[in-house]
Structure formats: structure tokens, C-alpha cells
Ligand binder design. Structure first.
Ligand code: AMP
Ligand code: ZN
Ligand code: FE
Ligand code: FE
Length: 275
């Protein structure tokens, strides 16, 4: 069993990179891609923890791409060089995120919910701060009862505390991932929130642009939908991947090494990414 999509405390997962590696070994995984949002900061710790334990760490990242109506996430897998252009781009995204978070906190204060950057930092530890942590802060401040309520009421697109952050264009993100020696894989394409017909034409464009693969299997989709995405991807000669998008205890329904329909992710997916 393997997993090609997971998060640690370097972004919004609840396990530190070494705890995540410990869990992967306990579950009998032979390979794990750590794909934190907009950061590669967890990779050295994950690699050190996995060293000599029979678990291969695949260096990854998950980058948000400018898109509407839904969310577009691009996975970079098998990264070889973490500095250079990739490092610079991630630093830029980090700064834009910090500014965005400040704007959200200002909106909260205007609404009478006093909150400081220090309090937000406590919610996330060392990792990249995002709306999931702000949602946790809103729960801690008793403004809402659950993190989901925080999104539904305040933080989702179109809600009163929403603030956008800079995103990369697909072409630029792809160029950066490839410059780092990685494969560019479109994550959970159903989150784009487009019709099947539109998805087909987007896939044609991605192929043209040089996208390497499609994450057809993701736990938020039904298996029948995943199979349909896989067929569409295979018709266009994309690599096909599967992941759990594991976040730890903050999303307990997602299990490491398992994807849509609780299916275990087999080792055959390693060949898909050339390993
Ligand atoms: P950020 O990158 O800080 O804008 O946060 C994005 C993350 O927030 C996503 O990866 C999701 O985990 C979470 N998120 C975004 N929209 C929603 C929503 N409507 N409900 C629950 N979680 C959401
Ligand atoms: Zn996440
Ligand atoms: Fe994602
Ligand atoms: Fe993810």
C-alpha cells in the first residue's frame, strides 16, 4: 500500500512530519508523498524519520491555482530541487498568505471578534497558516461551534470574512514544478466544480500544456466518478494517481493509504509516477 497525497503540521495536517511517517510505517505503507499546501518545509523531517525504515518518501507539494468556479489544486510529485524557482515561488505565496490572514483578522476585529496573529499562530504551531486554522480560532473564540460552521458562515468564498490570496496560474506553477524536476498532477479534479463536458475540454488543454497526470482517486468523490475521471485521463494518456489527502485528526474520515470508497492504494500507482 502507498499514498500519493498527504498533509502534515507544515501546513494544515494534525500530525508532525515524523508522526505522519510513524503512522505510515505502522499501517504498512511502502511509499508516502508528503504534499503540504504551498510548502516543502516538512520534507527534511519526513525523510529523516523514514530513513532506514523501509518507507520511501516522495517529495511533494500542493499548490493552489487561480480558477473559478471551484478550487484548483496542482500536486508537484517527485520534486528533486527544493530551492531555486520553486523555493522563491513558495516564499512569495507564503507572504501573500500572511497578508491575507492579516486582512481576515482585521475583518474579524471589525465584527467584534478580537483576534491577534499570535493567537492564530498558536492554532497552527510552526506550519503555514490558513483558513482551517482561522476556523479553529473562531471555534476557540466561541463565535461558532464547529470549523465547518466557521467556513459556512464566515470564511468561504462570498462570506463576510473571505479574503483572496495570490494564486499561481497553471502554466507558471507547472513550469516551476518541472524546473524542480517534479511531475505536475491535477489534484481531485471534481473540486473544480465543472460539468463533465467542461472537464473533458480542460483535460485537452492540460494535455496540450504538458500536465503529467490526474489524481483520479480522491476520498471526496464516489468510486463511479473516480472511474469516469480515470477513463477520461487514460484516453488522453495522462498518468493516473490516487491519494487519501490525509490531514490527521482534523479530517478523521480520511485514512492514510486509502482513497475513494475506502479502497487501499496499491503499489501499482508507483509505476504511474515512474517509480
Ligand atoms: P487557504 O489555503 O488558507 O485559503 O485554506 C484553504 C483550505 O480551507 C482548503 O484546502 C480546505 O481545507 C479548507 N476549505 C476551503 N473552503 C472550505 C469550505 N467551504 N468548507 C470547509 N473547508 C474549506
Ligand atoms: Zn489541506
Ligand atoms: Fe487539495
Ligand atoms: Fe490536499
Amino acid at each position: 500500500m502507498i499514498d500519493l497525497h498527504s498533509h502534515s503540521t507544515a501546513s494544515d495536517g494534525s500530525y508532525s512530519p515524523s508522526a505522519l511517517v510513524g503512522l505510515a510505517i505502522e499501517r504498512g505503507l511502502s511509499a508516502l508523498a508528503l504534499t503540504d499546501h504551498d510548502t516543502v518545509a516538512g520534507l527534511p523531517e519526513a525523510e529523516a524519520a523514514a530513513s532506514g525504515k523501509g518507507l520511501v518518501i516522495i517529495r511533494g507539494v500542493e499548490i493552489e491555482i487561480a480558477f473559478s468556479p471551484g478550487e484548483f489544486h496542482l500536486l508537484g510529485l517527485r520534486l528533486e530541487r527544493l530551492d531555486g524557482e520553486l523555493g522563491e515561488a513558495l516564499l512569495r505565496l507564503f507572504k501573500s498568505r500572511e497578508e491575507r490572514n492579516e486582512r481576515i483578522l482585521a475583518r474579524m476585529r471589525e465584527a467584534g471578534i478580537g483576534a491577534t496573529m499570535g493567537e492564530l499562530r498558536e492554532m497552527a504551531g510552526e506550519g503555514t497558516l490558513g483558513r482551517p486554522h482561522i476556523a479553529a480560532l473562531l471555534v476557540a473564540k466561541k463565535a461558532v461551534r464547529t470549523r465547518q460552521e466557521a467556513f459556512d458562515k464566515y470564511l468561504a468564498k462570498g462570506r463576510p470574512f473571505y479574503e483572496s490570496k495570490d494564486c499561481l496560474e497553471l502554466g507558471e506553477a507547472m513550469r516551476i514544478v518541472k524546473e524542480a524536476g517534479g511531475l505536475a498532477v491535477v489534484a481531485h479534479p471534481l473540486s473544480l466544480f465543472v460539468s463533465w463536458g467542461r472537464l473533458a475540454s480542460l483535460m485537452d488543454e492540460w494535455k496540450e500544456l504538458g500536465v503529467d497526470g490526474i489524481e483520479a482517486y480522491h476520498p471526496t468523490a464516489k468510486i463511479s466518478q473516480c472511474r469516469r475521471v480515470e477513463r477520461m485521463a487514460r484516453e488522453r494518456d495522462f498518468r493516473v494517481t490516487a491519494g487519501s489527502d490525509f490531514h490527521g485528526t482534523i479530517r478523521p474520515e480520511r485514512k492514510l493509504g486509502r482513497t475513494a470508497g475506502n479502497l487501499p492504494i496499491g503499489d501499482e500507482y508507483l509505476a504511474e509516477i515512474g517509480l
